[in-house]
Design a protein around this ligand. Sequence first.
Ligand code: SF4
Length: 368
Amino acid sequence: MPDSLTLPDDPRAARRLKNLLDVRRIYLEPAVTGFARGREVLARFPDAERVEVASHWRIPELFGNEGGVKDWVRNKRTVLVLGVKKGLAMRPNGRSADFIAPSASNGCALACVYCYVPRRKGFANPITTFVNIEQICASIGRHAAKQGPRTTPGQTDPAAWVYDLGENGDASVDALVSDNIRDLTTLFRGLPNAKGSFATKYVNRDLLGYDPQGRMRIRFSLMPQRAARLLDVRTSPIAERIAAIDDFVRAGWEVHLNFSPVVVYEGWTADYAELLRHLDEVLSPAAKAQAKAEVIFLTHNEALHELNLGWHPAAEAMLWAPRLQETKLSENGQQNLRYKAALKAKMVRMFLDLIRDNAPWCEVRYAF
Ligand code: SF4
């Protein structure tokens, strides 16, 4: 492993990477140095200041701060947290995957305006990398072994149990920090009955060398660039994500399309039609043959609305549409906002029609 981030030869790409991640301070739990992964990551950022903390969950100067986004972005860029993942149980899912695997990280260096992760862990929420990856992999391996072969096809997959690996962050960005995703890829390559899966908004071309042999699914999140320019802060541009799809398919990844969140704004159907036509034009027959999609309309949140008004009102104007939205109390007691049920049912049908008319090769796994 190199001593720091390996910067690409292209100066623009190098600048972008440095803007995304430039680790200056590492908060770490005392047990971290007892793990090979912990020592590797520390060696990768030798000049970073180290601050020992009792728990990766309790770093008051990082979490819960509702201040300006400048501070969160600075933290996202310059702070890394290293911890040990305690709960290693799988959770049943049934939508993006059959099971949610214990995460090898949480937090994110990207800053999507609609992101629900900060609702749980404060707003800066920089990447926390878990260093006990061997235990995480062993736990997934044992769980998959217990499932036995998948005999009934489902929307998640016709023949494999699917494990979501990226519920609380962006695994492509995590792979800039550690080899956790590489190790998970090695694990799934060897499991006859299971696949790993994660959604991403970042193109990390290092993953092209991971050799997943069809046992890893990367779900590129896509929305019209007009919306992404406002909402997907610090992510790879949509055109770059689309341009990467064929390369990932050639490199042995299964590539699905994650239309999430679908945000409704003036002109959204025309923009999505254009996006779908573009996909139809540029993707190879091989990419189309294996592509499937998931479609998830926006869930917003009142607390996030207030916060976004403080730093990105133009983006918030696109997310906030009380005329179209209704409140729904979430499982954890938050006031969430969804598009009104009857309206949303109509909009889901419109979206499915757009796919049928513009990208008929694209099977939809689920839409809601
Ligand atoms: S990539 Fe995902 S986890 Fe990261 S900020 Fe965007 S929505 Fe949140």
